[in-house]
Design a protein around this ligand. Structure first.
Ligand code: PLP
Length: 433
């Protein structure tokens, strides 16, 4: 094509695929197969020994899924990516790839409730301590770091706090001491590329805006290829010491022939091999279909959400609107620095009537669906304190930005007048009491 790097809108449609070399198929075929015929015994042995790259078994790789991986890697400016069965699997593997029992990770408190649970309970049970810090001051990450800190973790546009994370500031603190920043970019595809700001890896729940239609659960880990994992072997032992489960391979060495992909390589051949959260090829196909329109959809999500935030801000029944367009000071400055093209599709708000008014509001909505998802083509609403964040105690909920009266909206692609009409009638019912 051209010498100019392709723009995100173009990559979303084209990256990783042209046409099937055998059939000419333009749509990416669904390779619904578990296994792949080896040419001969030597070929099989070479694949297993990582001397040659190729397909072995769909738990570890699949041609349909590979296109999805290449596409998301291109969109994020990464060098490699690993698709997994869900966003949760992506967050878990992203950290398990660096930290083992006795190690720790420093994470922002502004997190999706499921990630909070994973970090506070399941990783803890596995011996990995997650130290939660307030992201308002990036220095909190440095203060919580010790010699066993293997990674920093945060969400770009945290769901549901919606205060943009200081990516470059925290990435710089980590890079000076060998600690990579891993960023969950689920709520901000195309609006932000965390790798451009110094993050070492990006994780996604593709279930949300990337897939965009509420049909398929999936996740992704993108390796930025921009972090020197070998610089301080004691800081990153899992990538720098002989791996007994792979004939003593040292991943920073083994990856050399393939490029700066040690992080993605280990996640695939060790964690996906052993733990097994593979994405189904059918879901990979569905998610690719969604990604073809993600640029257009994000534009409309952002426009509609901004209008909703403005309408809510002017409503007498509403006491607080949570959306970057309504923020001031440092939070707004970060939103303007890191989000390009809009402030995302999520809007939170609180009603004067508190939790009871919130319940009435949700029960009166007609167009909006009452579901736990975000990033769907349809408009969605939920009360996080009693659902997505209900397993967190009150202090934990407050740290993630969830107050008892918080209502979260994920604004869809419908005509804005229809969205506003449904909100108006539900707000009227909620404020009547
Ligand atoms: N990260 C964020 C920001 C999310 O909002 C979610 C789900 O809501 C997840 C991760 C988990 O993704 P999944 O539901 O695909 O496992």
């Amino acid at each position: 094509m051209t010498a100019t790097p392709l723009r995100p809108e173009t990559l979303a449609v084209h990256a990783g695929w042209r046409a099937d070399p055998t059939t000419g198929s333009v749509a990416v075929p669904i390779h619904q197969t578990t296994s792949y015929q080896f040419r001969d015994a030597e070929h099989a042995a070479a694949l297993f020994a990582l001397q040659e790259s190729g397909n072995i078994y769909t738990r570890i790789m699949n041609p349909t899924t590979s296109v999805l991986e290449a596409r998301v890697a291109a969109l994020e400016g990464g060098v490699a990516a690993l698709a997994v069965a869900s966003g949760q699997a992506a967050s878990a593997l992203a950290l398990q790839n660096l930290a083992r029992a006795g190690d720790n990770v420093v994470s922002s408190t502004a997190l999706y409730g499921g990630t909070w649970n994973l970090f506070a309970n399941t990783l803890k049970d596995q011996g990995i301590e997650v130290r939660f810090v307030d992201p308002e001051d990036p220095e909190n990450f440095r203060k919580a770091t010790d010699s066993r800190t293997r990674a920093y973790y945060a969400e770009t546009l945290p769901n549901p706090k919606l205060e943009v994370f200081p990516i470059a500031e925290v990435a710089a603190i980590g890079r000076a001491i060998g600690v990579p920043l891993i960023v969950d970019n689920t709520a901000a595809p195309l609006l932000c590329r965390p790798l451009d700001h110094g993050a070492a890896a990006v994780v996604y729940s593709l279930t949300k805006y990337m897939g965009g239609h509420g049909t398929s659960i999936g996740g992704m880990i993108v390796d930025g290829g921009n972090f020197d994992w070998a610089a301080d072997p004691e800081r990153q032992p899992l990538l720098n010491s002989p791996d007994p489960s792979y004939h003593g391979a040292v991943w920073t060495e083994a990856a050399k022939a393939l490029g700066p992909v040690a992080y993605a390589l280990r996640a695939r051949v060790i964690l996906l091999r052993d733990l097994g959260p593979a994405l189904s090829p059918f879901n990979a196909f569905q998610l690719l279909q969604g990604i073809e329109t993600v640029a257009l959809r994000m534009e409309r999500h952002c426009q509609n959400a901004q209008r909703v935030a403005e309408r809510l801000a002017g409503h007498k029944a509403v006491t607080r609107v949570i959306h970057p367009s309504q923020q001031q000071g440092e939070a707004r400055a970060r939103a303007d620095r890191y989000l390009k093209g809009g402030y995302g599709g999520l809007v939170g708000f609180e009603l004067a009537g508190g939790v009871e008014a919130g319940r009435r509001f949700i029960d009166t909505l007609q167009l909006f669906y009452h579901v736990a998802n975000i990033g769907d083509a349809r408009s969605l609403a939920i009360h996080p304190a009693s659902t997505t964040h209900s397993q967190l105690n009150e202090a934990e909920q407050a740290a993630t930005g969830v107050t008892p009266g918080y209502v979260r909206l994920s604004i869809g692609l419908e005509h804005i007048d229809d969205i506003l009409a449904d909100l108006d009638q539900a707000l009227a019912a909620a404020s009547k009491g």
